[in-house]
Ligand binder design. Sequence first.
Ligand code: SF4
Ligand code: SF4
Length: 438
Amino acid sequence: MGLKTFPGGIHPADSKSYAENAAIETMPLPKKVVIPLSQHIGAPAKACVKVGDEVLAGQVIAEAGGFVSIPMHASISGKITKIDLFDHPSGIKSPAIEITGNGEDNWVKLSDDNVETLSVDELKKRISAAGVCGMGGAGFPTHVKLSPPAENPIDTVILNGVECEPYLTADYRIMLERAEDIIAGLKILMKTVNAKKGIIGIEANKPKAIKHMKELVKNETNISVVSLKVKYPQGAEKQLIYATTKRKVPNKGGLPMQVGVVVQNVGTAVAVYEACRYEKPLIERIITVTGKIVKNPKNLKARIGTKYSDLLEYCGGTSEEIGKAISGGPMMGAAVPNLEAPMAKTSSGLLIFNRAEAHKEDESTCIRCGRCVDVCPMNIVPSLIVHNVRYDDIDEAERYGVMDCIKCGSCAYVCPSHIKLIQWIDIGKLKVSQKNRK
Ligand code: SF4
Ligand code: SF4
């Protein structure tokens, strides 16, 4: 029997060898951090400190801006030195809080509790208070995913250990080095939504991680490790759900809870475990700093708000002039125009390309080859969507499913005419949203 997977998809070179064997290394404390108030989907957090305040690591510096929001915490101890617009990992300037460190690492008081004795309400409260959000993708607040309406009971929690983006190896290292904590986090997630089943999905190109995780769950009757075919975007939420359960999340804005599933990334599971056991806020994460020209590619445990320039410097800098920096992976990551931007809770990687790697071919006309249609994992027609967006027929673009696009980049990757499909789809999504708001 073949490995489980989903229809469509592509096979880019995985380029993981730069950092996959680099064990997680703790980055020394940065002198300054910049904590963006928006690091997640949902309302930005609201600053509750002022310039001059002394803060401890783990102290709340911005409160959640609503239910679909998370608080932000100081990631180092020191003094608030600025509250202003700063470079954001997304490339746009956005409100953030700067902390200048005091050279020490003074934390708020943490606890150490037996999580098995904590109630579901207490677990959710701790996850929310710790500011945990999805760490593998867009950063949806975790406590919201764990509070589905009564009409959408959850029977399965899927942990995403796929890491299908080329170059990135942070989740791989977490699965090798923090597997017990991942499983403890999965059990907490299952308890909070009353799920009877836990699945850990891992791509078959990570045999050591699969073996290690399987060994640890061999006596767990309700947790399984599923080996998945190596194909991009295997780690996209809907594609992972289909591959592991054969359930289809409906198009047109459907959510995993509609098919009884909650998906979380393996790094998020560790953050959930630490939030519940120690009441530890999410102020550090594992990030892969990689690329052919990075002198010493690494998987770093670094404080949220550390500047990309500091991470790169710690990895020895580059052997050539930088052509492009990307926050995240090469397929779905965002270009970083300024390395002074800080890493956020969702920053899975800092990828550095030289000029040749960053070079983009000129766009030519669509030859109607249909390759974009063949690879689209959402079963939509990218070429037709883009045609309609170009000619401003937004109703047609919507009818062809522009809002269902998960921006995986597979269509653009295979397009022989180098059409900037994602940029056009982005414009289409924006115009549909504007139209529907009216
Ligand atoms: S249209 Fe969207 S979902 Fe389909 S391949 Fe392109 S980027 Fe991926
Ligand atoms: S892959 Fe490119 S050239 Fe081929 S149909 Fe799609 S948009 Fe047109």
